[in-house]
Design a protein around this ligand. Sequence first.
Ligand SMILES: [Fe+2]
Ligand SMILES: [Fe+2]
Length: 291
Amino acid sequence: MSSHLAALPEVSQRLCKLPAFWPVAARIWEGLDARAGRPEITPLISLDAAITAEILVAANSPVYGFSSSIYNVHEALTILEWDHVKRLLHAAVGGRLETDVRTEPLIQASWTHSLATAFFASELAPFFGIPEDRAYMLGLMHDIGRLGMLATYPGPYLDVAARTYRTSLECLGSEECVLGMSHCKAGLWLARVWGLPAEFSESAAAHHAMVIDSHWPAATLAGMACRLAHAGGFVFEHCKPVSTEEAISIAPPELLRRLRPRLGEIEARGRSRLLKSMNGFCPLDPLLSRN
Ligand SMILES: [Fe+2]
Ligand SMILES: [Fe+2]
């Protein structure tokens, strides 16, 4: 297939319409129906990258004068009118309650992986000097490009996801071969088009980079959290399993020295918060029996 990057304007609407994980969308829909308020709805939005994206895009719009400076759902909901938020949510979740049986398992795998990455990123945040809530969002949104590609090219992406790879980088290569772009490039494009803060495009674009760049802490944080999610078994692509030690091994020596003694705690706390948040949205038994 020829490069789709050149054709992005034609497919951009579908690429921008990220698929939400339907149990979360359904819970928000029920909440709106029951006239639930911000305190009940906010934590639900923050569980799903697709629904979070709708809110962050609106809040970072130049219309509100906070262009490219709103990093999380809580901040967004303090500047957006609640009626506007409800309209956005109705539009965002209403069209996503119908599931596609072909892609639903991948959307669930992506949801689990992104949520795991969010919690591990928030646990790693102090080591990078990044606020925990911001780190959570960078982790949650790091694979938005994959969701966009899944919505835009479901058939070819199913083929890509069905293969087994030695590493995530091999999977990126397969995306490039089959679709003409990787999910990192798609994520970079989305974050820029949406006017999100630069850290979102940075982490979406470079979270699979194997070289730590001190100028890109957001990408390093998201990348390390993504690898910890893989190590914990919260995977999207089928790759050779990695240990938590391998997951952090790309960190520079000084960071490794500080991280190693806390690694068990980071892994346990991130996993515990993840399972608590997933409870009620999907079966936990396979995850609980893994460790
Ligand atoms: Fe990724
Ligand atoms: Fe990832």
